[in-house]
Every structure is written in C-alpha cells, then in structure tokens.
Design a protein around this ligand. Structure first.
Ligand code: 5BU
Length: 469
C-alpha cells in the first residue's frame, strides 16, 4: 500500500474514526468494527490527506461537477472542488419547504457529468438514491469516489447500476496495516475478515423470530406469534359483497389463516352485527383482522374516516393499510393520541400493472415506516420476480414485516391489471405473509384451497429457514 494510504489509515485509527470491538449497527447487526468519519472535519491535516488521495484516485476520470453526499462528505468534496478548480453542487437532505422546490444547489446544466464523493460504502442503497436524484435533474453520474469501502461486493452492486466505485481504502487494507502495526490482534483481524465474507444485505431470509426479537410494536409481535402458533402466514382477502357469503367463506377458511383482510365498504348489507360477528369469529378461531382501507388523505380527514362514519374501523381492525403519498401526517392523524389498538401497513409497492409507484417513492415510504415504527408494522409489497422482491425486502428495517398480495397458484393475472406470482416465489423473495383473494374465495372449495395455500407457504417458510424450530 502506498505510504499516504498507510498514513491515513493510522491517522483515522488514532482519532477513533475506525474502531474495533463489538458494535450494534442501525440495522440491528453486530459488527466487529465501526467506522465514523464525521470526526474528520475537526482534523484539517487528515482532510488534506484525504483530498490528496482523492485527487490521485480521480485523476483519469472525466467530470464537470463534483458533489458530496451530506453531511460527512460535503466538506471533503468542497475542498476537492477548490483543489481541482471544478464547481461543486450539493443536494439538500430535505426539499425546501418554501420558495423553489429545487433540491440541488449550485449551477449546473443538463448533460453535465458529476463525480459523487461519499465517506463510506456500506450497502450502496443511498448512493443509488443520490444518483437517481441527480439524473432526474439531467445530470450524468458515472463515478463514485469514497474514503472507505466496508461493503460486501459494493463495487459489483454499483456496477449493476452502471456506476463505477473508486475507493481510497478498503477494510481489507485497513486491517492489514493495523495488524502490521500491532494495533489489531490476530483474533480481531479474523473477526473482521469473517464478518466481511457475509452478505449482510441479504436479509430476505430473516426469520419471523428474528423480526420479533428486534420489534417493539406489540401488534406486529402479536401477528408474528399467531403465525408461529397457527403455523400459517396466510392472509385471506375476503372480498365478498354480502355478509352471508363473507361469513360462509370465513367459517370455512378460519382454521387455515392468520388474518382476514377486509374491504368493508364492499359489504352491501354492512351493519353493527357484521362487526360483532367478525370479532367473535376472530377470537374463537384465533385470527386477526386487517382492513385494507388504503387511507390516503390529510391527517385530520383520515382520523375521521378511521374513527367515525358507518364503519368505525378503529373499533375493530387490528391493522389497516395506509398510503404514504400524503406524508407522515397521515400516520399521526390515524394513530397519534387516538388511543386505538391498531397498526399500519404502508403501501411500498403494488401488484397492479402500470401502477405509478417509483423506486424513490418505495424508498421514501420505507423510511417513513422506519421513522414511525410505533404505528407501523410493515409494508405491502410486490415484485414480479423473486430477485426484485428480495431487493425490496433487503431495504426494509429489521423490525418490519413484508406482506405480499398478487399471489395465485393457478393464474397469472386478471383482465383488470392484477398480476400474480406463485407462493414459492413470494416466500423465496422474502414475503413474510401472503395475501390471497380469488385463489381461495372464488374456488368451489375455499377450505381446501386455503389449506393448500397455507401449506405451500408454510412449507416454503420452513424450507427457507424463516421459522426457528
Ligand atoms: P386477489 O383476488 O388475490 O387478486 O386479491 C388481492 C387483494 O389484495 C385485493 O383485495 C386487493 O385489493 C389487494 N391488493 C392487491 O391485490 N394488490 C396490491 O398491491 C394491494 C392490495 Br396494496
């Protein structure tokens, strides 16, 4: 390793920006090392060293602009910008609440190529997000340059999105140097090497118990425990339009399901007796109630829709679906100070063909759930194949469930845009529970079909190690 890199490694270790031991990460994982480069602003000599190394690293790259990802990398990018006499742009972390809605500050024109500077590479997810925002503004992104690469195959991950990763230091180089200088024991070095061999991003196989272990939302835990107790992660979507059919089917499938999903506004003869009977059956047959209301208005309105009207959903639903489109206020409107025993699933991705949910919307929805875990149990998600579903699952916080509609064992879709995948695809991709409607309720023998879906799903959960014996 060149002497400047060596010098930087030792300096970062000396100021405590690289530490070894046992660290609980935001994701819930325990890591044998920790990197926090926020401190470097307090050490101008280290910043200078970093910038010199960055200059060497980007020497052969072509770009007209430089950006740094706030906050840590922004001051570094700013120094690099002056050294290279290349203009800087930066993105606000939050869009401005007033004035221009523009998120990118600085002068640029469409077609400019921008070098992105960041401090650390972990999963690469946030890099993609930044690149998308820049590209949406017409700026071209080709290269990312970072100070420390602590990722599992991060370069390949960015490569799949057609970006190149350039790193000053890798974890491997860091531990070599520190070991040589006796700052690290062989045991510590070994622990880091083992940790780095595992793709910690692959969490589609997270077991129900491990979700429950880190989850403090009582309703999520109640649902998980019921799944394990009933050996079922089947949610029946009971879209019948009258009470007679509704209860006829529900009685038949009750032993197979962990939860019934309702669209209560479909029931034409809805009355208070419906709720009474539903609650009684749910308690007798040990399942939960999930009203797929898809709230989507401002906080004050959804509160009324939730608590009042004919349906008084808050009185009987254990869970409801919520659109994130209206912003966080919707969750506050539904749950903050309302003293209801109900939790939300946010719509992160839909099964309907041509729906307008973008990757950015999905990511923002996931973040909204993570920040409101008191009120949110997880997400409704869908992907047409196992790999895309796994990618979605990987982005979810560790304490959140992924429920998946659009599951059918016999057909691929309907003529109104619904798309289906198989039970196995759903579970292999990381769905924690499947939502099945017509596959069960439109069949001649709903009981038999429910048993078939339940068994396929639960067998797959066991096969993929999602149930701890
Ligand atoms: P199906 O009969 O299995 O297609 O019913 C699926 C149910 O799930 C139905 O009640 C939909 O309203 C619901 N659903 C969905 O299909 N896709 C989605 O993305 C969301 C909900 Br969100």
């Amino acid at each position: 390793m060149n002497s400047l890199k060596r010098k930087l490694t030792l300096a970062l270790h000396e100021i405590g920006a690289i530490k070894f031991g046992s660290f609980k990460l935001k994701s819930g994982l325990t890591s044998p090392f920790y990197i926090d480069l926020r401190l470097i602003v307090s050490y101008p000599k280290i910043t200078d060293l970093i910038v010199r190394l960055l200059q060497d690293t980007v020497e052969d790259l072509n770009f007209e602009l430089i950006t740094g990802i706030p906050y840590t990398a922004l001051p570094v990018a700013s120094v690099l910008s002056t050294k290279l006499n290349t203009p800087l742009i930066y993105q606000r972390k939050e869009p401005k609440a007033y004035g221009t809605r523009q998120r990118i500050e600085g002068v640029y024109k469409k077609g400019d190529t921008c070098l992105v500077v960041d401090d650390v590479m972990t999963t690469g997810e946030s890099k993609i997000e930044i690149a998308e925002a820049l590209m949406n503004a017409g700026i071209i992104v080709k290269d990312f340059v970072i100070i420390v690469d602590r990722s599992f195959e991060g370069s390949a991950f960015l490569g799949r999105h057609n970006f190149k990763l350039h790193a000053i230091l890798s974890i491997k180089e860091i531990i070599e140097t520190l070991f040589e200088e006796s700052f690290l024991t062989a045991q510590q070095k070994n622990a880091v090497e083992i940790f780095m061999q595992t793709d910690h991003r692959d969490v589609s196989g997270r077991s129900l118990d491990s979700i429950s272990d880190v989850c403090s939302n009582d309703l999520t835990n109640k649902l998980i425990h019921k799944m394990i107790e009933k050996k079922s992660n089947l949610i029946v979507s009971l879209d019948a339009d009258n009470q007679h059919d509704f209860f006829d089917i529900l009685e038949k499938v009750a032993d197979e399901i962990v939860m019934v999903k309702t669209h209560v506004d479909i029931i034409k003869d809805f009355d208070a007796a419906f709720v009474k009977r539903l609650k009684e059956l749910a308690s007798r047959k040990n399942f939960l109630i999930f009203e797929d209301r898809k709230f989507a208005d401002i906080g004050s309105t959804v509160r009324k829709q939730f608590l009042s009207g004919i349906y008084k959903i808050a009185d009987w639903a254990d869970f409801v679906t919520v659109h994130s489109v209206a912003g966080e206020g919707i969750l506050k409107g539904l749950f903050d100070g309302t003293d209801v025993n109900c939790s939300a699933f946010l719509l992160a991705a839909m099964s309907a063909k041509g729906n307008l949910i973008s990757d950015t919307y999905t990511r923002t929805t996931i973040a909204m759930g993570a920040e409101n875990s008191k009120f949110v149990s997880g997400y409704i998600g869908f992907a047409k194949n196992e790999e895309d579903l796994r990618k979605l699952k990987t982005k979810l916080p560790q304490d959140m469930l992924l429920l998946m509609p659009g599951v059918n064992l016999d057909v691929k879709g309907d003529n109104l845009g619904q798309q289906y995948v198989s039970v196995k695809q759903a579970i292999a991709g990381g769905a924690d529970a499947i939502i099945v409607g017509r596959g069960i309720i439109a069949s001649d023998d709903p009981q038999k079909e429910a048993a078939r879906y339940r068994k396929e799903a639960w067998d797959a959960m066991e096969k993929y190690g999602r149930i701890v014996e």
